[in-house]
Design a binder for this molecule. Structure first.
Ligand code: ADP
Length: 261
């Protein structure tokens, strides 16, 4: 326990921010950012004060997902920046501060120093939860983040495919090694319901993430279908939980948020 306490002491939290939670995936393209924004909106719907921090240096997508592309963060005096706001979320993205080409070549320590700046030099106000959209993978940058960012937990996003699950397993093991609790696994693109016939297709297989969650003894947070509405709403800059609050997808994300709490 003493070693744990020491490790925690090297990761000072952010004043006024109760919990920092990472949304991570073993590889890109599985829907990590889509999950992160809709999960954050699900937490908002549960009554929490929520911020979202886009730390995906390899492809920051929160500005596009929240329709903030053309916004510039304003100074809050001194070194502090005001976060942007969208749909009741406070938001900040590495993509709003440095060019993608610059950030892409950063090593882990530089990513962490930029991330620390975004966490600590942004006037977040009082947040119940800060959701961090992590860069995909388990390389040097991710490991440094897992070690040095004071994370209260991590949500792992995977498709049902074996390959994605193998990468997800690596992610779980990385967080375990750095003493970050796994809040659970989400299976994205879990199934497809044909809108014309109602027939169901398991395009990438189905249920793999739930089996993996059981095998790893971590909670399963929910299965999100592959659905064109989710993609279209994201492209429009109004995530599905915001755009269709009474629809079936919003319920899935709200349940996911409730399970992760
Ligand atoms: P990642 O952050 O893992 O790279 P994204 O969240 O950017 O992945 O998603 C990749 C692409 O897949 C985006 O075009 C997104 O709109 C789409 N997408 C993600 N999840 C779903 C889903 N459940 N249904 C349909 N499209 C999805």
């Amino acid at each position: 326990p003493q070693a744990g306490a020491e490790r925690r002491a090297t990761k000072p939290g952010i004043p006024n921010v109760e919990r920092i939670v990472a949304v991570a995936s073993g590889k890109g393209g599985v829907g990590k950012s889509t999950t992160a924004v809709n999960f954050a909106l699900g937490l908002r719907d549960l009554g929490l004060r929520v911020g979202i921090l886009d730390a995906d240096i390899y492809g920051p997508s929160i500005p596009r997902l929240l329709d903030l592309k053309d916004k510039k963060p304003q100074s809050a005096g001194g070194r502090l920046l005001m976060p942007l706001e969208a749909y009741g979320l406070k938001a900040m993205s590495i993509g709003l501060l440095v060019s993608e080409e610059t950030a892409m070549v950063w090593r882990g320590p530089m990513v962490v120093s930029a991330l620390n700046q975004m966490m600590r030099e942004v006037e977040w106000g009082h947040l119940d939860m800060l959701v961090v959209d992590m860069p995909p993978g388990t390389g040097d940058a991710q490991l440094t983040m897992a070690q040095q960012v004071p994370l209260a937990g991590a949500v792992i996003v995977s498709t049902p495919q074996d390959l994605s699950l193998i990468d997800a397993r690596r992610g779980i093991s990385m967080f375990r090694k750095t003493d970050v609790p796994i809040l659970g696994i989400v299976e994205n693109m879990s199934y497809f319901i044909a809108p014309d016939t109602g027939a169901r297709y398991d395009i990438f297989g189905h249920g793999g993430a739930e089996v993996e969650a059981a095998a790893q003894d971590v909670p399963f947070l929910g299965a999100v279908p592959l659905d064109m509405h989710i993609r279209v709403r994201s492209d429009e800059g109004v995530p599905i939980v915001q755009a269709e609050p009474d629809g079936p997808h919003a319920t899935i994300y709200r349940d996911m948020a409730a399970r992760a709490l």
